[in-house]
Design a protein around this ligand. Structure first.
Ligand SMILES: Nc1ncnc2c1ncn2[C@@H]1O[C@H](COP(=O)(O)OP(=O)(O)O)[C@@H](O)[C@H]1O
Ligand SMILES: [Mg+2]
Length: 223
């Protein structure tokens, strides 16, 4: 559990009469517990690829499988379950809810879980794990960029997902803080076996991945 398979996927965006082909026949196998980077310059298709894996968007052709289940076979309930239970997301711009405390931001995804009740203990544990135990009652505007991204990491992990997708998680952080966030992700990968797929255009960030997949103009190129 925790594998991703992208098979011959292309994605076109239609803008009026123009068609932008953002991905060309991309295939990628990610095994459980991998720590893999999708690297490429701006506009190479990194976000598009992550959005297809998370089923935020669907491919024009080709198929995406999570744990051998084709995403196109899932109805709305199936997709909600997938997002609530199997996949966690970390975004470049943190995407925290400004009026909620760190605790409430991390608790938020648990409200969508159908089974089980919200565990305050679980929220506290995850916040402690990312080093924010003493900041749980702070709102995002009372936290530094690095602390905000740690809240976002905690929010991605609170549902105990098998797979975490992170779209340029360090792009809005200085070098050292970005490094600390990658180290935190690595530690969780090692201890919990969570699969991580993260995109970046920063060579020093991708050097921490165990495998780097390079995208150029929507195609996977040889390393
Ligand atoms: N919603 C969209 N509508 C039209 N074109 C898009 C859209 N999203 C991305 N694109 C285009 O698809 C290509 C890949 O974009 P993206 O996946 O965002 O790349 P990256 O994340 O690597 O910067 C770019 O040419 C971009 O302009
Ligand atoms: Mg992007």
């Amino acid at each position: 559990m925790g594998s991703v398979s992208v098979r011959n996927v292309s994605k076109d965006y239609v803008l009026g009469r123009t068609i932008v082909r953002a991905l060309h026949d991309v295939s990628l196998e990610v095994e459980r517990s991998e720590f893999i980077s999708i690297a490429g310059p701006s506009g190479s298709g990194k976000s598009t690829l992550l959005n297809l894996v998370s089923a935020i968007d669907s491919p024009t052709t080709g198929e995406v499988f999570i744990d051998d289940i084709p995403l196109k076979s899932l109805d709305d309930n199936g997709l909600s379950d997938l997002r609530a239970n199997k996949i966690g997301f970390i975004f470049q711009t943190f995407n925290l809810i400004p009026v909620l405390s760190a605790f409430e931001n991390v608790e938020f995804p648990l409200l969508f879980k159908r089974q089980g009740s919200v565990s305050k203990g679980r929220v506290k544990d995850v916040l402690a794990r990312v080093g924010l135990h003493d900041f749980m009652h702070h709102r995002p505007d009372e936290l530094s960029g690095g602390q905000r991204q740690r809240v976002a990491v905690a929010r991605a992990l609170v549902t105990d997902p098998l797979i975490v997708l992170a779209d340029e998680p360090t792009a809005n952080l200085d070098h050292e803080t970005g490094q600390a966030v990658i180290d935190l992700m690595l530690e969780i990968n090692r201890s919990a076996g969570t699969t991580f797929i993260f995109s970046t255009h920063d060579p020093s960030v991708m050097s921490h991945a165990r495998r780097v997949v390079r995208l150029v103009d929507g195609r996977i190129v040889a390393p």
